[in-house]
Design a protein. Structure first.
Length: 50
């Protein structure tokens, strides 16, 4: 019984870590994308005013 509980716990830990990791990666991708878009918009404006 202890072993079964332990296994469930381990699976749960792996799952939570994985979820946190995916959320983090998604967030990073999103922030990078936003920065890139802002940069592109800024460059376009700069070109227009030049």
């Amino acid at each position: 019984m202890k072993y079964m509980k332990y296994m469930k716990f381990m699976k749960y830990m792996k799952y939570t870590k994985y979820m946190k990791y995916t959320k983090y990666t998604k967030y990073m991708k999103y922030t990078k994308y936003m920065k890139y878009m802002n940069y592109m918009n800024y460059m376009k404006l700069y070109e227009l005013y030049e």
